[in-house]
Write a protein that binds this ligand. Structure first.
Ligand SMILES: NC(=O)c1ccc[n+]([C@@H]2O[C@H](COP(=O)([O-])OP(=O)(O)OC[C@H]3O[C@@H](n4cnc5c(N)ncnc54)[C@H](O)[C@@H]3O)[C@@H](O)[C@H]2O)c1
Length: 334
């Protein structure tokens, strides 16, 4: 059972606490870019942004909760861990790469597209990046081998690169099926195949797939994407069973609509009026609706951080929903 939490201290109180990493984490939650779909977070957070910050992303309490058994905060220390994050140039992957690095990991990002705007933040945190198409076995091997060689091993894999395909069965071409399923499923398979010997050699390891609520519930508008994400959830469960003896854990995260990502921006661009389109994504999840905002990339990254940390040492084969209840069922009619 999860122990009851006492009051979570605010960022200021960490300045004088014995947990400098937590202060660092809390400070990293201020963002200087607008946060589409998260606009109401400021009001609901009830906090003032510091000068120069445009958007405020309310943090989860994962790394800040103080438990009443008095042992510690959940403040994962990933020092000396080497992590590969695919799709790490944008959205959820970028937030994950930054968060793991802030917690001490040596992070290697692999992405189809390396984006110049990441260079400053990445180099400040020692994050290295390499172009990699996860559909290509040779490129995946090169990514993993680079991390092992330059990082000194491999402990964490976050298979996050993904593409969506919001089309009905009769609209989907064979090439589109291949692109979606190869990126989302074959990519995860290739990454695990290449990573496994190195995770074994490290004595233990943690793998997280970014699946989706689409992998948990039927969705009429994107049957191929849903199939690919259900396959990823199944892959995590099967590998969790197969490799528990190697002390390698496999888990999935299943986000609902996440704002401020390339995928969401592309989705919004296909709709009509932006505010109405954002609201329809928010309305799709009962808790997102109650909070008046979408899920943030940083909130998904916090769940991934937990799953790769020692706090989750016995957690394997799970699919954590970060979807505001979207996959629970039919909400009350209003
Ligand atoms: N945004 C959402 O609402 C949402 C919801 C549920 C799940 N997801 C999943 O989250 C993951 C990340 O998506 P995001 O929302 O951050 O979008 P994003 O577009 O910001 O990030 C996806 C990243 O994957 C990279 N990528 C695409 N194809 C690749 C390939 N073949 N090889 C290597 N890299 C490749 C892209 O260049 C991009 O940087 C995806 O797996 C997506 O399916 C997103």
């Amino acid at each position: 059972m999860i122990p009851a939490a006492t009051t979570a201290p605010d960022a200021h109180s960490f300045a004088t606490s014995r947990r400098p990493n937590v202060l660092k984490t809390a400070q990293a939650k201020w963002f200087r870019q607008p946060l589409p779909g998260c606009a109401t977070a400021n009001a609901s957070g009830g906090r003032q942004a510091p000068a120069g910050a445009i958007g405020w992303v309310p943090r989860t309490t994962v790394s800040l909760v103080v438990f009443d058994h008095g042992s510690a905060t959940m403040q994962p220390d990933l020092t000396n861990r080497v992590a590969v994050v695919t799709g790490g140039s944008s959205g959820i992957g970028r937030a994950t790469a930054l968060l793991l690095a802030q917690h001490g990991a040596r992070v290697f990002v692999g992405d189809l597209e390396l984006r110049r705007q990441n260079e400053e933040n990445f180099s400040r945190l020692g994050i290295r990046q390499r172009a990699c198409d996860v559909r290509d076995a040779a490129q995946v091997r090169a990514l993993i081998e680079t991390a092992v060689k330059e990082g000194g091993g491999l402990n964490i894999l976050v298979s996050n690169a993904g593409v969506d395909l919001p089309k009905s069965l009769l609209e989907v071409t064979e090439d589109e099926w291949d692109r979606c399923v190869d990126t989302n499923v074959k990519g995860s398979f290739l990454l695990c195949q290449q990573a496994l010997p190195h995770l074994r050699a490290a004595g233990r390891g943690a793998v997280v797939f970014t699946a989706s609520n689409a992998g948990l519930l039927p969705r009429a508008h994107d049957p191929v994407y849903s199939t690919s994400k259900a396959a990823v959830v199944a892959l995590a469960r099967a590998l969790a069973l197969a490799h528990a003896g190697d002390k390698i854990r496999f888990n999935s995260v299943c986000p609902g609509p996440v704002c401020n990502t390339g995928m969401m921006e592309a989705g919004l661009a296909t709709k009509g009026e932006r505010a109405a389109a954002e609201q329809s994504f928010i309305d799709a999840s009962p808790m997102a609706r109650a909070m008046g905002r979408m899920i943030t990339p940083e909130e998904v990254a916090e769940a991934i951080l937990y799953l790769v940390s020692d706090a989750a040492a016995l957690v394997t084969g799970t699919a954590i929903r970060i979807d505001g209840g979207k996959s629970l069922g039919v909400p009350p009619q209003t």
